[in-house]
Design a protein around this ligand. Sequence first.
Ligand code: XMP
Length: 519
Amino acid sequence: MKRPTKIKKILIVDFGSQFTQLIARRIRELGVFSEIISHKGLKIVNQNELYGVIFSGGPLNVYQDKKIELNKKIFNLECPILGICFGHQMISKYYGGKVKSSKTREFGFARIKKIKNSPLTQNFFNKKNTNDVWMSHADHVTKIPKTFKKIASTKDSKFTIIENIKLKRFGVQFHPEVTHTIKGNTLLKNFLFKICKAKRNWSLKHQKNTLINRVKNQIGKEKVICALSGGVDSSVVAQLLNKSVGKQLKCIFVNTGLLRKNEEKQVVDTFKKKLKINLIYVNAEKQFLGRLKNISDPEKKRKIIGNLFIKIFERYAKKIKNVKFLAQGTLYPDLIESKSVTGSQTSKIKSHHNVGGLPKKMKLKLVEPLRLLFKDEVRKLGLELKLSKQIISRHPFPGPGLAIRMPGIITKEKIKILKEADNYFISELKQENLYDKIWQAYAALLPVKTVGVMGDNRTYEYICLLRAITSSDGMTADYFDFSKKFMQKVSNKIINNIQGINRVVYDVTSKPPSTIELE
Ligand code: XMP
């Protein structure tokens, strides 16, 4: 298992909760560094590197010992431990309490009532000594360890908050990390600053300089290359490298011919002209479209694009002599061990191609300066590095580009139509101040022609599908609810201005069951 980093931190032991990353983000937002580590094979880290430990929730039952595989030595640590939901049950069981499946599940809001004061709950309860919190559990603690005190309860579970001040052990049955829990942040703040006595050691202003220095130290006088897509992550990496080892940096930007309208021009203008980054622009449109000719299978499209991208990237990278490093925009969520707690494998849905794809054969050392950051932190860092808000707040765009927004075969004519439609849609979103409220939006071209009537003439043209979703991480998503007026305006603009489309439809599926992209 990877050893955690050495900044003093709150260690979050993950038991498979869907909210584990949220806990880590909340702690960081409060100014303290946090790291997630899987409960499986957990090695105990140096006490001096820890302010405290948080056990996450999870889908297991505390009596399924074999699956839990927690190194019990963690309970010997002298630093404070806070258990959340399943973590609360683990702490209770370890110190001699009892946990049972309850007849009534507590799911959603629950009102908790204060029983006793605790440093954990200062300013947490309202004047009536209650608070509304968010629960999601079936099992509950039926008996607390002898040395523990109960701090709060609900109608259905007697031990909603428990503590042992001397041992510095705390447990909460609810989720303080979700926004539905009122003053959940107050409880976490109390844990960090009153109980763990943590110091604020995490801000992106401070991180900017740390990262610049770290990259300088890692790369020394060597040369480094970076695949730039113009998306948020690769843009921030490129600018960070530019600020630290600018002269030794070469960025490679490959135009696949499947980018959004004028995207290649914008990337070259921003990075080469404005930011003065050493940029190699490769126009590989012909090669990509040649290889994709008559291909309609989505997985084949993805593979062709991914492989060709790496080949081209390698070819150009080889032309730059004596390169030792390859920079990538790997983020923290990509690195967190995602071993499933229950042992089940999630089936492959789509093979993702990232523009920072690994040319393994090149034997380059990796530079991954964003590897400890979440996406929202990368955005903040980008602003600190003086990248424009326009780049930082861009919606995600997939590596295979418009190829997967055009089911069926890919033709130049279709690409031209799609670029225009997408541009009208996105421009309207920006004009109506909707762009930043939406996580991702795009137009797609369906491989179906339908009959329409324009003026007195019959038309027979493609269907344009619009998709706009809200999401926090792209794993789940809901469709955005536009007004009829907005939809009419966009539909009219597209049909009136683009020859080749005579019908516009809006995708109203969430993810799951659909995915965000069409292929
Ligand atoms: P899906 O369609 O899987 O998309 O729901 C989830 C998010 O991932 C993006 N996406 C990709 N990004 N390479 C990428 O870099 C890919 O091959 C790829 N496929 C999908 C998609 O745009 C959405 O934001």
